[in-house]
Design a protein around this ligand. Structure first.
Ligand code: R5P
Length: 312
């Protein structure tokens, strides 16, 4: 089936790169706002009978990118697309996977329903905050991971004096996978969240003394988690040369300031989101475009996805 790549404003350069690797270009579309701020979406080329992939991470501003994704799906469906897949390298609202305090919305579930209502028949996501999100969808979800890309990129740079650090309990699975791939022990920070921006680490489980920490997480938002984990491992006697590896660089609010103040050796992220201005902070960016292009190519022809999928 004829393959078409459509993109919103979530990460146009990633969409271009995916399309280019597929030997095509991003389909022309218009996304603009009426004077009252309502969104208008229009596909400017025929997609009738096509296998359409809408590449749109839903990073900040999350609601704007989410609405674009939904509107582009509706426009493609009404324009006769035969098959519609959302390629969402960063999935906003994934952290809202349960009610923590009561009388709260479960945002992740609601967004999953909206994507299905908009017409998507399949979702491609990368390093979701929690794998249980798959259960929110009544349609297939292809869950990719950047862990092996990072492990390859970092492999020659780490020594047997390294230690993988999970900055909270939620990151333990991802830390175990890095530990296996890099053959390093893991340590876990006992984190409690005080507010959207503030966290505290109560202690470290595991041996970090005299070791070089590699802090791994699915995302860096305000940088509070990394800052607190770094302070805790330093207090526990690690070598103050910290590597940070995270799939999604949201880097909002105080993130750049917080990270810049840490004794970082390197910080590695993917291009799932556009990399914001990061001043003196040097980010090493591992592109997920080849993996996304390979995924789209296999889905288009119905080839096995086994080696590409995350099963953590
Ligand atoms: C939370 O469990 C996530 O895995 C991240 O650790 C967290 O969302 C990062 O947020 P921040 O950078 O604001 O601490």
């Amino acid at each position: 089936m004829n393959l078409v790549v459509v993109a919103g404003s979530g990460n146009p350069s990633l969409a271009d790169s995916v399309a280019e690797r597929l030997g095509t270009r991003v389909c022309r579309s218009v996304l603009n706002r009426f004077p009252d701020t309502e969104l208008h979406a229009e596909i400017e080329e025929s997609v009738r009978g096509c296998d359409v992939y809408v590449v749109q991470p839903t990073g900040p501003p999350v609601d704007r990118h989410l609405m674009e994704l939904l509107f582009l799906a509706d426009a493609c469906r009404r324009a006769g697309a035969s098959r519609l897949t959302a390629v969402v390298p960063y999935f906003g609202y994934a952290r809202q996977d349960r009610r923590a305090n009561g009388r709260e919305a479960v945002g992740g579930r609601l967004i999953a329903d909206l994507l299905v209502v908009a017409g998507f028949e399949r979702i491609v996501a990368l390093d979701l905050h929690t794998v249980s999100l798959e259960g929110f969808f009544s349609i297939p979800l292809e869950h990719l991971s950047a862990v092996s890309l990072f492990a390859n990129a970092i492999g020659e740079l780490v020594t047997d004096k390294g230690v993988i650090v999970a900055p909270d309990l939620g990151a333990v699975k991802i830390a175990e996978r890095y530990g296996e791939l890099l053959r390093l022990p893991i340590a876990i920070a006992h984190k409690i969240r005080l507010s959207g921006e503030e966290v505290r680490v109560r202690g470290i489980v595991g041996e970090v003394g005299g070791r070089a920490p590699i802090i791994v997480d699915d995302m860096i938002s305000t940088g509070g988690t990394i800052e607190a984990a770094a302070a805790a491992v330093i207090a526990a006697g690690c070598i103050p040369e910290i590597t940070v590896v995270a799939s999604h660089a949201l880097l909002v609010g105080p993130a750049i300031r917080r990270l810049s103040a840490l004794p970082l050796k390197r910080i590695m992220v993917t291009d799932s989101l556009p990399t914001p201005e990061h001043g003196s902070l040097t980010l090493q960016v591992v592109s997920v475009a080849p993996m996304l292009a390979e995924t789209v190519s296999r889905l288009n022809v119905g080839e096995s996805m086994t080696e590409l999928l995350s099963h953590r």
